[in-house]
Ligand binder design. Structure first.
Ligand SMILES: NC(=O)c1ccc[n+]([C@@H]2O[C@H](COP(=O)([O-])OP(=O)(O)OC[C@H]3O[C@@H](n4cnc5c(N)ncnc54)[C@H](OP(=O)(O)O)[C@@H]3O)[C@@H](O)[C@H]2O)c1
Length: 358
């Protein structure tokens, strides 16, 4: 998944003022550009406080975009998501009642009053950006737009889960004491940023993580080819893996290649270590999500990849909860590893695993 943060602030860094009315910070030109950005995304996320204060509908306004989406079998509006710890969300909010979209609520408690309006995704702990990204990705979201407010934007930045940040500043508007929800974004040193003027708004766009999709797809296809060499087995998936070290050395492996208990990632790692390769900062590509639980080995593939210091992991399909409740991608993300999933490459993976995928 790619994650874009987008917001507008006053010159003194406020997202809103303290009045009950919604404050319009953007120019019409900037607002139109945000509309086009929304149309390029699969889901939009805002915090519960933004829903309570502004009651936004979060719809796609351009009728031609809605028609195009319908024509390719998508719902006319992109999915909407929010998060709450208190559960204070009124089912009559426009988030729940307007538009034709999938809706997700991340919560620390079940919210039966919302069951007929949204999918409530419950966890015992406060939501993290890693978890939100992983859960939405499992539900088919490929590009998430995070629009605020301040708490939610900070959550994603603190966890390193923002790929692109679009910050629009109105240099003619200051609020001082009347301001609410201050949010300061300073581009980290060395990141590439561009600035443009949109109807008087100063819009800065920064790429925090390079787009690795082309290389990821190429290597995942190689991993899928490797997976074809493993034998069908009743208790595990046929998986392939490709490692690319920072020096550009390449190692491949597939399920049970040399050991009856080894997963594809272990086989590729064993070859790399035997060749004396340094795996720190390297990338690993698998046809399926690396496992997070092993009964027959001392550590899972996820633990192995974290221990060896991999920086990047990409795979085609999440592991279905058939043998274990998979937490591989989430655990890797929580350890600071950049993780990307490409479910559109999953057709071949399902075909290779037709013995299990009924
Ligand atoms: N100018 C812009 O571009 C823009 C865009 C969006 C929003 N805004 C403004 O931003 C303001 C709101 O910002 P805000 O920072 O006060 O609130 P917010 O970020 O919209 O939402 C904060 C709320 O999200 C929930 N939350 C936060 N972290 C959580 C976690 N880890 N787990 C579970 N729930 C969590 C909590 O809800 P509960 O209290 O329910 O537990 C928390 O009160 C509004 O005034 C809005 O107008 C401006």
């Amino acid at each position: 998944m790619r994650v874009t943060l987008s917001f507008a602030t006053t010159a003194d860094g406020f997202l809103d003022d303290a009045s009950p009315q919604r404050l319009m910070i953007s120019s019409p030109e900037d607002w139109a550009a945000v509309g086009r950005l929304r149309a390029d995304c699969d889901a939009i996320l805002v915090g519960a406080e933004t829903l309570r204060r502004d009651d936004p509908a979060l719809l796609l306004r351009d009728e031609s975009v809605r028609r195009r989406r319908r024509a390719i079998g998508l719902r006319p509006d992109i999915a909407k998501a929010t998060l709450t710890a208190s559960g204070r969300l009124d089912p009559s909010l426009r988030f729940f009642t307007k538009g034709d979209a999938d809706r997700f609520v991340f919560s620390t408690r079940d919210l039966p009053a919302l069951h007929d309006r949204a999918a409530v995704i419950v966890s015992d702990e406060p939501s993290t950006a890693c978890r939100i990204v992983t859960e939405l990705e499992k539900r088919g979201i490929g590009h998430l737009l995070v629009e605020g407010g301040a708490h939610i934007l900070q959550l994603f930045l603190d966890e390193g889960m923002a790929d692109t940040v679009r910050a629009a500043v109105n240099p003619a508007l200051t609020l001082g004491e009347a301001g609410y929800a201050r949010f300061a974004f300073r581009p980290p040193a060395g990141k590439s940023c561009t600035t443009e003027n949109l109807g008087g708004m100063r819009v800065t766009t920064c790429e925090l993580h390079p787009d690795t999709a082309a290389e990821d797809r190429l290597r995942i296809r190689q991993a899928i080819e490797a997976s074809r060499r493993s034998q069908p087995c009743a208790t595990c998936y046929r998986v392939g893996a490709v490692i690319v070290t920072r020096k550009g050395e390449i190692f491949t492996g597939y399920t049970h290649e040399h050991s009856a208990t080894h997963h594809a990632e272990q086989e590729a790692v064993a070859k790399a270590l035997a060749a004396g390769a340094d795996l720190r900062g390297g990338a690993i590509y698998s046809s399926m999500e690396p496992c997070s639980h092993r009964a027959s080995e001392p550590e899972s593939c996820t633990q192995l990849l974290i221990r060896l210091g991999f920086a990047h992991a990409a795979f085609a399909l999440y592991e279905p909860d058939r043998f274990v409740d998979g937490r591989g991608a989430l655990t890797l993300r929580e350890a600071g590893i950049d993780v990307r999933a490409y479910p559109d490459l999953g057709g071949e993976v399902r075909a290779v695993n037709a013995h299990l995928w009924h």
